[in-house]
Design a protein around this ligand. Structure first.
Ligand SMILES: *[C@@H]1O[C@H](CO)[C@@H](O)[C@H](O)[C@H]1NC(C)=O
Ligand SMILES: *[C@@H]1O[C@H](CO)[C@@H](O)[C@H](O)[C@H]1NC(C)=O
Length: 502
């Protein structure tokens, strides 16, 4: 393999900072990382763990048993027969990483269908998981002497600030999304004062221009939970609680890029110090030494190799969101009418766990010669393939960053949570993608010309030019002396000061 210890971090693990890689054991700062049990969150968390470990941290990485179980089922070869440790390979590859891996129950039985019983799952993650975590942290702190310890928890947990303060730990919140979403949540009282959220607000079509750091925004660009008229229900309340907890953190690390969101980040920083350290990708982009996929991946390389360059539409709605059957059928028929080559990821639970093959009858046969349909695949390998020309996507943040990195323009069909805000950045601000449909419900008559224009028309060309320049911004940020690298170092410095004060 091409990697050496040096290539793990672009700048700071080179020779002049070797002392940081192998410091005196007792001098290490210890970070307990607690990852949110969802695919899109596990991956950047793993990268964060490796990045901090490569800069001399000692890490305890805590995963839920359920997510660990799913990862080991689909990656037996990588995780090892004992199914023990997702970092085993990374440790072998890069010497000197001090990462301890641990799993903790979320309180539900392993076999329980969390996708079908989502609210129960969130309930367990809110109430049972932190109880188990507390016991574990107590044990970890007794057994691991260090110069100081911090808790780095996903911003979507509701209990992190409380837990950190209980143990006297510095609380670092890891925000896996862009700064705009965070800024909106931090100023939701303004949205309420102006009547853009809450009862009676759904008809508002005027611009929202009073949120610090955001020039202009529509109500439909807010996260799905803020768009609900009744904000007293479970999901909006959960998100508000999580973001209120995040607002109390000592530091926020964000998987975004300073240059892309400078004003928004400034507005967030008025509340909590924010460090843009994204995009968090493994060195080499597709070659991840840590298994994180929750499903077995189909290798699509041979099929992609058989297609002409820039001829294929990649279609995926991510690891988590569901889509309704009528929409799926319209999209399928639109893809069929477009006549383009396509690779489509259809998770067995994409419509519902009860309906494993939701495609229209006969669809698979009709498109056999130009379509490949898989249940899961390595998205980065697909996006990096030269046959791919466009990405029909739910606009998950991680997918957005990956698509930019691979210079693949986006066709946007947001479904849930932050995806609506991501769409605004992609289509309205950065102009690297276009909407699949301008108003829902989506219709095949609107879908097929958009796809054709993206794959072989002038729209595709214009978006491609623009996305290449945004990619440059991302690339610069991750280079030595780039903003993300500098921000990681600044964070580490400020964290040490905060730990000393504790
Ligand atoms: C991003 O999300 C997609 C879809 O959920 C998944 O296939 C991919 O592996 C994820 N990659 C990263 C780096 O998070
Ligand atoms: C990226 O960095 C290069 C080299 O420093 C510079 O010439 C270029 O203008 C930068 N591009 C962007 C988009 O920031």
């Amino acid at each position: 393999m091409e990697n050496t210890t040096n290539s793990i971090s672009n700048s700071n693990s080179d020779s002049n900072s070797n002392s940081k890689l192998h410091p005196n054991e007792k001098k290490r700062v210890h970070a307990i990382l607690v990852v949110l049990p969802q695919q899109g969150h596990v991956i950047p968390f793993v990268q964060l763990a490796i990045k901090l470990a490569s800069k001399g941290f000692s890490i305890t990485f805590i995963n839920t048993e359920h997510i660990h179980h799913k990862i080991s089922l689909s990656n037996a070869a990588v995780v090892g027969k004992d199914g023990g440790d997702i970092f085993a390979e990374a440790r072998k590859r890069y010497s000197g990483l001090d990462i301890e891996y641990m799993t903790i129950t979320d309180g539900l039985p392993l076999e329980f269908d969390r996708s079908l019983n989502h609210d129960q799952w969130v309930g367990a993650t809110t109430h049972c998981f932190p109880a188990h975590l507390e016991v574990a942290i107590n044990r970890i702190l007794r057994s691991r002497p260090s110069v100081g310890c911090c808790l780095i928890a996903d911003s979507y947990f509701v209990w992190a600030a409380k837990l950190a303060s209980k143990f006297g730990l510095v609380h670092v919140s890891f925000w896996t999304e862009n700064a705009m979403v965070l800024d909106i949540y931090f100023h939701r009282h303004l949205l309420k004062q102006n009547g853009h959220i809450g009862p009676g607000s759904s008809g508002r079509k005027d611009n929202i221009n009073y949120i610090p750091g955001i020039k202009s925004l529509k109500r439909t660009d807010l996260t799905s939970y803020l768009q609900e008229e009744d904000l007293t229900t479970f999901h909006p309340q959960y998100n508000f609680a999580a973001l209120d907890d995040t607002k109390q953190a000592h530091f926020i690390l964000g998987n975004t890029v300073q240059e892309l969101e400078a004003h928004t980040i400034e507005a967030v920083e008025a509340h909590v110090p924010f460090y843009a350290i994204g995009p968090l990708f493994p060195p080499g982009f597709t070659k991840m030494p840590v298994a994180t996929s929750l499903w077995a991946e189909s290798d699509c390389t041979v099929w992609l190799d058989s297609k002409p360059p820039s001829s294929v539409l990649y279609v995926s709605f991510g690891s988590y969101a569901h889509i309704n059957k009528e929409e799926l059928e319209e999209i399928a028929n639109g893809i069929k009418l477009s006549g383009v080559n396509f690779l489509w990821v259809i998770r067995p639970d994409m419509v519902s766990s009860d309906d494993p093959d939701p495609l229209p009858a006969g669809f698979r046969d009709e498109v056999r010669d130009r379509g490949m349909i898989v249940t899961w695949t390595c998205q980065k390998a697909v996006l990096s393939h030269c046959a791919i020309r466009g990405f029909l996507t739910h606009c998950g943040w991680n997918s957005t960053l990956e698509s930019i990195w691979c210079e693949v323009p986006l066709l946007c069909f947001p479904l849930l949570t932050d995806q609506f805000t991501n769409r605004k950045l992609i289509v309205d601000d950065w102009k690297i993608g276009c909407n699949l449909c301008d108003v829902k419900p989506v219709k095949k008559e609107e879908v097929f010309p958009k796809i054709k224009d993206l794959i072989s028309g002038s729209m595709g060309c214009e978006l491609h030019i623009k996305i290449k320049s945004i990619k440059q911004v991302l690339q610069n940020a991750t280079m030595m002396q780039g903003s993300s690298e500098r921000n990681v170092d600044d964070f580490i410095q400020e964290l040490s000061i905060a730990i000393q004060k504790k």
